[in-house]
Design a protein around this ligand. Sequence first.
Ligand code: 2RA
Length: 329
Amino acid sequence: MKVAVVGATGMVGHVMLQVLAERNFPITELIPVASARSVGKTVTYKDKEYTISSMEDAIAARPDIAIFSAGGGTSLEFAPKFAEVGTTVVDNSSAWRMDPDKKLIVPEINASELEDSDKIIANPNCSTIQMVLALAPLHKKYKIKRLVISTYQSITGTGVKAVQQLENEYKGEQGDMAYAYPIHRNAIPACDVFTENGYTKEEMKLVNETQKILGDNTIAVTATAVRIPVVGGHSEAINVQFENDFDLAEVRQLLQAQDGVTVQDNPDTNTYPMPIYAEGKNDVFVGRIRRDFSQENTLNMWVVADNLRKGAATNAVQIAEYLAAKELV
Ligand code: 2RA
C-alpha cells in the first residue's frame, strides 16, 4: 500500500513512522511529507532513509492513504486535494473533527461507521481518545448522564518547543517559551487558547468530541484541562454519573474486556496508572476505580495514556489498519 505521512518530521509524525513499522503496516511505498524547508531531507523508517517529498509531489503520487499530523491549516488546504486524487486521509488535526460530514473515529468504538466513500477521516483529540475508550463500554451498559473531567496533560501535547522549555528550566537556563509561564514546578490551567465561554479549546474538545464519538449529545460534559511538567502521557480524573446504577465488579469486568484498555487497580499494592509507565505503550490504562458516594449512580476513575501513541499516532494507524482490512482503500 502506498502511504503518505504528512508532517513526518514533527513529534507525532515521528511516532507515526515508529508505529507503522512496529505494527508492520503493509506499506509498499512510503512518502514522507513535510514543509518546503524540509523537502530533500530524510526520515528513517525501518532503518532505511526516506527523502521528504513536497505536498505537490505526494499528491501527484496518488497514495492510497495519507496520514496527516501537520496542523489544521495544512489539513484544511491539502486533505481535500489528496481526496480529489482518490487518497483516503486520516487527519490528526482538529480541522475536520466536528464537520457533520466527517467521521470521528476511535476504532475500538466506532470504526464500523467507516465506508469507502469516507475520504477524509478525523482522528480525535488525544485527551478525548483515552477517555472515550474507557467510557464506551460503561456508556453502553449504564448510559452516561454527566461527565466531570480534570486532565493533567503532558507537555508533549504542545510540541518540541515545550519539551525544550522544560529542559531549559530544569537546567536554570532561559530559552524560547512555549508557554507564557514556567512549566517546571508548575501547573498551567490552560491547554490551548480560551474561547468566548471561558473554557479553553482543549476543554471544549472533550465536550464536543465525546458526544460525537459516543453518538449521544445528551451527555453533559464539563472539563478543566491542565498542563503539567510530565512527558510520558496524559492523565485524567473522570467523575461519571450514569442514568442507571452499576455494580463495581461488573464495571471492572467491562473495562478489562475492552480492547485497548488495561486495568491497573489495586489500592492494597498501590497499583494505579502513571504516565511514566504508560509512555511508549499503546493501551489506555485505567485505575482508582471507585464509587462516588456523594452522588447516586456515580463513579470515579483515573485514566492514563501516551498522548503521542493511542492519543494520536497509534489511533490513526489503527484507523488505517481497519481501512486496509475491510478493503475500504
Ligand atoms: C494538547 N491535545 O495536549 C492537545 C494537542 N495535542 O496540547
